[in-house]
Design a protein around this ligand. Structure first.
Ligand code: 3HC
Ligand code: NAI
Length: 718
């Protein structure tokens, strides 16, 4: 709702009340309309201030209402009522003015912001455009290029930048509401003719066509198939080419297209999913709201290779004191240089404070003795990690949390090397660890709720989105990825090429296709794991080159590694590069010949594989593994999996994540297609639909937010 009061006799104050962000719910909109009428009708009131309760102006339209039938007064007439008011209306912007909140502020005649406030139009991230006049008012106020930038990227601006752009009239370090009241008194009775933004002509720079052309190219390049950014450009175009009223009509039409799109539903689902993962629970009943994190001030990192360096940087930037350990002098000195460079680049490019003084380097593992939390990031080798955990258990102070960054080794086996297995968890970062937002916090059967809560909180302080997952081979992300990779290899055996598979996946919206990613991360990484698992040499299993443990296996990746083709680092992998370390993937005729020879050698006849088959086999097996993960209690809900895939594996955000995507395709269809492929490939277990998937499909494809009810029933009933 909105609360009305009178300040200093002549100022009508409208306070938005809808915690936590004063979103414009039906009740708030009704409250604003009612209180505006009241302020306008009271003769003693000479000016009006609109502010938000608890130091937050307004977080925009209430996203929770988007799925329901519209109730209460619509936003557009509400902002017109404010702009048309005969008394000056001043927005007092504290905290945030986002989306509809900024549109509300732009309908006011003046805007006073607190210096710490952030403003912006983040609608594009929800698959929308500013639909209450934002696309028509902002270009009139700040010009076309700045409006295009803010509306198509959704970025927040500081109060200082907003002042520079002309969005706000004054910035104050003091109380913004008090400043707005004073300001409102000073403008009482003044003409408002020049204060109504909708009446401003929209600036028309001479190179208008070129500006819009560039904006369209830019959004096409970065949007990976998302429709909202391009639609935002069209709406701003209407502001320049049409009179205000017609522009508003166009904004409404375009908004309606987006609002009703599957992409908007996916992005809004994702918005809530990303927040839901912080309310974690584990398979044995520990929960976010009943588990208290331990205080962590001093952290330590063991092993300063690719991952250890990124983790050190990220911890230091988050304000932790860090002890960084490599046992060899040479590696330590290289790591020091590497970390310093990363810190300096972070400071230069992103304005992150330099944190050199937070880090102490050492060649001795003894240096971590008084750390509250240690993250091990040595080679992916169980024997080595076990030794490190035995050392840590002997050295570290009682109560210290011992964490591993392993990509998929057994957390419980490592915990069993220590005196306090309840204090062992996985903190699985993604490369580059100081940039990637995702952290899988992996709990073993013996990890205490407190240990999980601590790792989740440390992750949050590091600016990561932390997702709690159970202990199994590959955890959530890499376990699902295995199925996806496997299908991609099988498709090559059956006649596809890496570029064909990648093209289909990139058209779907992945940042990079599976083979390009594999070249980037290094083919040798998976090869080492397969070797350790005894999969690489068929002789050891005594079976065919393409069968392991009775199931189909493709040795293609192994064969490339045997030829020294590790991907970008060696200049050759699934593609060729101009030099080792080169980044531009080029089709490699050698690889085509190699695939032909391979097929001939194994009696495989290449067939034409269409787009749909590539997509279904790669995605549905990945999704199927996701259902298996839910069934096994490794992830608590579909949101956990979707956040992991969007933030860690380049799944297109506008498709919500693999589990949301499955819910949109229809679970019965996913089952039907998996069964179809399973009949053709009976030796591929990943094509066998999981029991949970079948069960959900059989109960009529319930909405994704209802899945947990089915999952939470005792697993024996599944
Ligand atoms: N509607 C409903 N709920 C909202 C909301 C909104 N606009 N914005 C935030 N919330 C909820 C969150 O879901 C969360 O709920 P939870 O505690 O139950 O999980 C709670 O508010 C707090 O949010 P955060 O955890 O994100 O808190 P932060 O302090 O980290 O961030 C924020 C605050 C910057 C406002 C961030 O929540 C945000 O970016 N919100 C979305 C803002 C937005 O996109 N506004 C545009 C809406 S669309 C629109 O206005 C259309 C119009 O043009 C017609
Ligand atoms: P890396 O090979 O780049 O670095 C490992 C470092 O550990 C080396 O610098 C080595 O000198 C050091 N080291 C080895 N034994 C040590 C010891 N006893 N004490 C101190 N330092 C020691 O490896 P990378 O890629 O950083 O991987 C580390 C861990 O992170 C592995 O478990 C890996 O599976 C995991 N991981 C790797 C990801 C990646 O993309 N590289 C992603 C996520 C996890």
């Amino acid at each position: 709702m909105a609360f009305y009061s009178r300040v200093s006799g002549s100022v009508g104050m409208i306070t938005l009340q809808n915690p936590p962000v004063n979103a414009l719910s039906a009740a708030v909109r009704q409250g604003i309309v009612d209180t505006m009428h009241r302020a306008l009708s009271e003769p003693e009131v000479k000016s009006v201030v609109i502010c938000g309760q608890n130091g937050k102006f307004c977080g925009g339209a209430d996203i929770r209402e988007f799925g329901a039938t519209m109730a209460g007064p619509p936003l557009v007439p509400m902002v017109h009522l404010i702009e048309a008011a005969s008394k000056p209306v001043v927005a007092a912007i504290e905290g945030i003015a986002l989306g509809g909140g900024l549109e509300l502020a732009l309908s006011c005649h003046y805007r006073i912001a607190h210096s710490k406030a952030r403003l912006g139009f983040p609608e594009v991230a929800l698959g929308l455009l500013p639909g209450a006049g934002g696309t028509q008012r902002l270009p009139r106020l700040v010009g076309v290029p700045a409006a295009l930038d803010l509306i198509t990227t959704g970025r927040h601006v500081t109060a200082a930048e907003a002042r520079q752009l002309g969005i706000v009239d004054e910035v104050t370090e003091l109380n913004a509401v008090d400043a707005a009241v004073k300001f409102a008194q000073s403008v009482a009775g003044k003409s408002l003719d020049a204060r109504r933004i909708s009446t401003y002509p929209c600036p028309r720079p001479p190179d208008l066509d070129a500006i819009f052309e560039r904006a369209m190219q830019q959004v096409r390049r970065s949007s990976r198939g998302a429709i909202a950014p391009g639609t935002c450009v069209q709406a701003v175009h209407a502001a320049v080419t049409l009179p205000y009223a017609k522009g508003m009509e166009r904004e409404r039409e375009l908004f309606s297209v987006l609002f009703n799109s599957g992409q908007a539903r996916a992005l809004q689902y994702y918005f809530f999913a990303q927040r839901a993962v912080s309310r974690w629970s584990t398979a044995n009943g520990a929960r976010w709201d009943t588990s208290k994190p331990r205080p962590v001030r001093k952290a330590a990192v063991i092993g300063l290779g690719t991952m250890g360096r990124g983790i050190t940087v990220s911890l230091a930037q988050a304000g932790f004191t860090v002890v960084a350990v490599e046992t060899q002098e040479k590696q330590l000195s290289e790591a020091k240089q590497g970390v310093s460079g990363m810190l300096e680049r972070g400071a230069k490019r992103r304005g992150v404070p330099l944190a050199h003084d937070k880090i102490k380097y050492s060649c001795s593992v003894q240096a971590v003795a008084d750390a509250d939390l240690v993250i091990e990031a040595v080679f992916e080798d169980m024997a080595l990690k076990k030794t490190v955990f035995q050392q840590l258990s002997a050295i570290c102070k009682p109560g210290a949390l011992l964490c591993t960054n392993t990509s998929g080794l057994d957390i419980d086996e490592l915990a069993s090397q220590t005196q306090s297995p309840e204090l062992v968890v996985g903190m699985h970062f993604f490369a580059p660890a100081h940039v990637m937002q995702l952290l899988e916090v992996v709990y073993g059967p013996r990890s205490s709720p407190e240990a999980v809560a601590t790792a989740m909180q440390v992750g949050k302080k590091m600016g990561k989105v932390s997702v709690a997952v159970g202990n199994c081979r590959g955890f959530v992300g890499n376990r699902m990825l295995k199925q996806y990779l496997e299908q991609a290899f099988f498709l090559l055996e059956e006649g596809a090429t890496p570029e064909q598979v990648d093209q289909v996946l990139e058209e779907f919206g992945f940042a990079m296709g599976v083979f390009k990613v594999s070249d980037l991360s290094g083919l040798d990484v998976g090869w080492k794991v397969r070797k350790a698992d005894g999969l690489v040499s068929p002789a050891s299993t005594g079976t065919s080159a393409r069968i392991r443990g009775g199931s189909r296996y493709s040795p293609l990746g192994d064969l490339l590694c045997e030829r020294g083709r590790f991907g970008q680092k060696t200049g050759k992998g699934w593609y060729q590069y101009d030099k080792p370390g080169g980044r531009v993937a080029k089709v490699d005729p050698w690889l085509h010949g190699f695939l032909e020879d391979y097929r001939a050698q194994h009696g495989l006849v290449a067939r034409r594989i269409d787009h749909q088959e590539v997509l279904e086999r790669c995605l549905y097996t990945l999704i199927n593994e996701g259902f298996q993960i839910l069934q096994d209690g490794i992830a608590a809900g579909p949101e956990d999996i979707d956040v992991i895939y969007v933030l860690g594996y380049g799944w297109p955000r506008h498709r919500g994540g693999p589990m949301f995507y499955a819910s949109q395709v229809g679970l019965d269809k996913v089952v039907e297609r998996l069964e179809h492929y399973q009949q053709i490939h009976p030796d591929v277990p990943g094509l066998q639909p999981s029991r949970l998937l079948r069960k959900l499909a059989a109960i009529n494809n319930p909405a994704i937010h209802k899945w947990r009810e089915v999952i939470q029933k005792p697993r024996s009933q599944l």
